[in-house]
Design a protein around this ligand. Structure first.
Ligand code: PRP
Length: 212
């Protein structure tokens, strides 16, 4: 039988997921010593870890080539897709926020505001909810630069400690929603690999609760 494949978002979410698996008693030495390998067996080899970028985790699960995925709610809200969200893993916690230069009233004046974001869909739906017409510009990273350079009035971004905003003279104007890592599943896999997935998910849930 083919192994269950779980796509992990490379970096911090990968590390937290591997720690969770280790607390479940699953040997993850192959991942700990991975080098540049991207598909690695864990435990007895009945589960394989696939290391990918956040948006690609969703693509692989959406297309059914990976059964499960671990990805931030930020990427889920931005990318959407037809998969199931099985578990809030409780790590990778941060929040989406609207932020702008300290001391400037974002809502003052009637001109159409410009918003920079790595998450244009999240930004669009936030402003639609406020019935506010804005111009959105997609930025790939360090979005805090956009208001500093005069490209935008504000940003929609994830805030964790708030240090990046503070050190760049920006502050939260409004909190949009909390973000954390989620376990997602392909819908066909949920049927075809039901027993295997259910057993892994309930063990993950238990290990998460023991840690809390
Ligand atoms: C994220 C986010 C902020 C920063 C927030 O960026 O886009 O820039 O972290 O964290 P803080 O509130 O703890 O300061 P990331 O590190 O992912 O880099 P990027 O902007 O270059 O993508």
């Amino acid at each position: 039988m083919r192994p269950l494949q779980i796509a992990l978002t490379k970096g911090r979410l990968e590390d937290s997921t591997i720690s969770l698996f280790e607390r479940m008693g699953i040997n993850c030495d192959a991942v700990r010593q991975k080098g540049r390998k991207l598909i690695l067996p864990i435990g007895d080899g009945s589960v394989e870890v696939v290391l990918a970028k956040a948006a690609d985790v969703i693509t692989y699960v959406n297309h059914g080539v990976c059964d499960l995925g671990v990805v931030g709610k930020d990427t889920i809200l931005e990318a959407g897709g037809s998969f199931y969200e099985l578990l809030d893993l409780g790590f990778g916690k941060c929040r989406f926020a609207l932020a702008g230069p300290v001391g400037r009233d974002f809502f003052a004046g009637y001109h159409t505001k410009t918003i920079a974001s790595k998450y244009p869909n999240v930004a669009r739906s936030y402003f639609e909810g406020k019935s506010m017409n804005v111009r959105i510009i997609k930025i790939e990273g360090s979005v805090e630069l956009a208001p500093l350079l005069g490209l935008s009035d504000a940003i929609v971004d994830i805030v964790e400690t708030g240090t990046t905003l503070k050190e760049n003279g920006l502050a939260v104007i409004d909190s949009i929603c909390p973000v954390s890592a989620r376990l997602i599943a392909n819908s066909a896999s949920l049927k075809l690999q039901k027993a295997k997935i259910e057993s892994l998910v309930s063990r993950m849930e238990r290990a998460k609760e023991e840690q809390a």
